[in-house]
Design a binder for this molecule. Structure first.
Ligand code: 2YC
Length: 268
């Protein structure tokens, strides 16, 4: 799993990239609208102000990422929830949030990022949240995916979920990974089509969900392609930005918003 760095998320707390206006242009929905659809609601807005959220900084392993807790806190506040970062870290922070009676606890170590619903003892993981959020974004940008060919790049945690989710949305899913057996395993498990040649696959697909830490030069992508691409690092050269019909990306927000709304849903 790719670890974020402070520079990648420094614009998140103040929403410097104005993600909603970019998403509205490409998908017709805001972050909150995508998160609500991802969580299975058929509404574009919902009052979530009744939810109290504790974001707990975790110091284990490689330690805290400067700005990460502040970013998660800001993302959840933009959904209308009542969020704060705990004073304490790790178990202290967790216990503080529990004693405070919050509805959701959000925390991430080096390997897992969860939104835990304290009232129902249920959780939503960032890998699923990111895969679902970026699949919903692609579906809205493409005007539906039923019967359409979609390429998933990367058969890791996010890509594996994305294959399953996109197939459930009715897409004809192909998947590729730098380690071909990982893509083949998804063909064997879910019936997606594993492809070995990523360049050939890219040239033939106008709908792409990129869940790999990979950068694709413009000459490799199809004219008019829609890229739904949570992968970090993220970069498209001038030719790629010209050829693509839409490039949907953010470093943290869509996945986090889906996690929070999906876990809040368990209390409704
Ligand atoms: O600041 C903290 O609490 C750190 N323990 C957070 C570490 C997050 C590590 N994970 C990542 O950087 C990315 C996230 C988008 C979730 C998955 N990978």
């Amino acid at each position: 799993m790719t670890r974020l760095t402070p520079d990648l998320i420094e614009g998140v707390p103040d929403d410097k990239i104005d993600l909603d206006s970019r998403l509205l242009k490409m998908t017709g929905k805001t972050v909150k609208g995508i998160a609500l659809e991802a969580a299975g609601f058929d509404v574009d807005d919902m009052d979530l102000s009744g939810f109290r959220v504790g974001v707990v900084p975790i110091t284990s392993g490689l330690g805290v990422i400067s700005g990460f807790s502040a970013s998660v806190d800001a993302i959840v506040r933009r959904l209308g929830m009542d969020s704060h970062v705990t004073e304490g870290t790790d178990v202290n922070g967790f216990a503080e949030a529990v004693d405070d009676g919050v509805d959701l606890i959000m925390m991430a170590d080096d390997n897992k990022f969860v939104a835990y619903n304290t009232k129902t003892n249920r959780q939503t993981d960032n890998s699923w949240g990111t895969a679902m959020g970026y699949s919903v974004a692609l579906k809205n940008a493409a005007g539906g995916l039923q019967g359409k060919d979609v390429l998933v790049i990367g058969a890791g945690y996010v890509g594996s979920w994305a294959v399953r989710i996109l197939m459930e949305m009715g897409a004809n899913v192909s998947v590729t990974d730098i380690v071909y057996p990982k893509a083949k395993a998804l063909e064997d498990a879910y019936g997606a089509k594993a492809l070995e040649d990523v360049d050939d696959a890219l040239s033939k697909h106008k709908l792409v969900l990129n869940a790999a830490p990979a950068i694709f030069s413009g000459d490799r992508i199809a004219e008019g392609a829609i890229f739904s691409t949570p992968g970090v690092p993220h970069y498209f050269d001038e030719e790629g930005r010209r050829k693509a019909r839409a490039i949907i990306h953010d470093p943290l927000e869509i996945g986090t918003a889906v996690m929070a709304v999906n876990s809040a849903k368990y209390s409704l």
